[in-house]
Design a protein around this ligand. Sequence first.
Ligand SMILES: [Zn+2]
Ligand SMILES: [Zn+2]
Length: 195
Amino acid sequence: MKSFEELLEEATRIHGHVCAGQVIGVRMCILALAKLAINDPKGADRKKLYVIIEIDRCATDAIQTVTGCSLGKRSMKWVDNGIMAATFVNLESGKAYRITAREESREVSKQYCHDVIDKHARQLEAYKIMPEEELFRVEAVAVEIPPENLPGRPLKRVRCENCMDWVQDNRDVMVDGRVLCRNCAHGRYYRLLDD
Ligand SMILES: [Zn+2]
Ligand SMILES: [Zn+2]
């Protein structure tokens, strides 16, 4: 396992800037991997780890960088809850921990790094050294991951009877006896423009 500094450097490079989210994301992963006994998430252990992330903000990139889990590999699932939390699952042992960034850590960070004058810079430096208990809440959890959400070949591919788009991985919906895609069943997030 690489050091915190090495991981933060890598996360910063991939994310594009250093920020509190990179520090929080990297430290969250270090904690999660230790609890799940995963040492080499991008190498020997790469098929063991699965992450469910509850926010789409800076820390999400750090979590992807450190764990190697991603949407494209289907080893990361994004649940759009707007909560700075992620659940890390060891697919081999079945163990899982949901880790939440504590809201109070913003306030507590003021007790650290008094020599740094800028508020945001001080928070960032504080997050690097604050004890894990001050930064995170950890819950042991059980997660059912449906087979169609796991990495691997698509379990199913069907065609929407309305728009004719192909739908993979059981995301199709049956409405009045017709197989539909979610756009056709639940409404589209886009509207077509006239050329
Ligand atoms: Zn950022
Ligand atoms: Zn459709």
